[in-house]
Design a protein around this ligand. Structure first.
Ligand code: PRP
Length: 179
């Protein structure tokens, strides 16, 4: 199958938007210590880039969640492969995601984190697809870009583990050869 990429958001646009979000975060969390929790693997670019724009104290921790496998559609099955290494009890948590699609992962993770009794839990996502959201979902507090329902890759996002290192975001489409 031929894979075609159409550029959607450039590296420069991502950087500019992360700067805007960081300004907001620097006001909201001034003087506080915040545990930045990144959901592997897609969120690492967003975590790395936004964290360097933050002026308050941060800690890093990582969770590994499976929900998609190598397919383009969510399986709806969510599993924690790796939980936090640090205690977040009484701390401010900012979850850092690359994309919120159906929102299933977020509902599951936020519920899991709330059981650890943090002071607060907020969610930052680089990309959001509001049209795909399931009912009863959680609304992210900080959103980089709202995008239409396309399959997107780059800047941490993959298709079958590929394209994560692209500096910008592109829509990926598959063309089946005509028979
Ligand atoms: C992606 C993304 C979110 C989730 C969003 O992760 O990073 O965690 O899917 O989908 P949802 O809103 O429909 O639940 P993925 O499972 O593709 O893992 P990866 O980041 O390691 O590629």
């Amino acid at each position: 199958m031929k894979q075609t990429l159409e550029n959607l958001i450039s590296a420069r646009e991502i950087d500019q938007r992360l700067t805007e979000l960081a300004l907001e975060l620097n006001k909201d969390y001034e003087g506080k210590t915040v545990s930045l929790i990144c959901i592997l693997k897609g969120g690492i670019m967003t975590l790395a880039d936004i964290s360097r724009k933050l002026t308050f104290d941060v800690e890093f921790d990582f969770m590994d969640i499976s929900s998609y496998g190598d397919r383009m559609e969510s399986s709806g099955i969510i599993k924690i492969n790796k939980d936090l290494d640090t205690s977040v009890t009484g701390k401010h948590i900012l979850l850092v995601e690359d994309i919120i699609d159906t929102g299933r992962t977020l509902v599951y993770v936020v519920e899991h984190l709330r059981m650890k009794r943090p002071e607060s839990v907020k969610v930052l996502t680089l990309l959001s697809k509001p049209s795909r959201r399931i009912k009863g979902g959680i609304t992210p507090d900080y959103v980089g870009f709202e995008i239409p329902d396309a399959f997107v890759v780059g800047y941490g996002l993959d298709y079958a583990q590929r394209y994560r290192n692209m500096p910008g975001i592109a829509a990926l489409s598959m063309e089946t050869p005509e028979s």
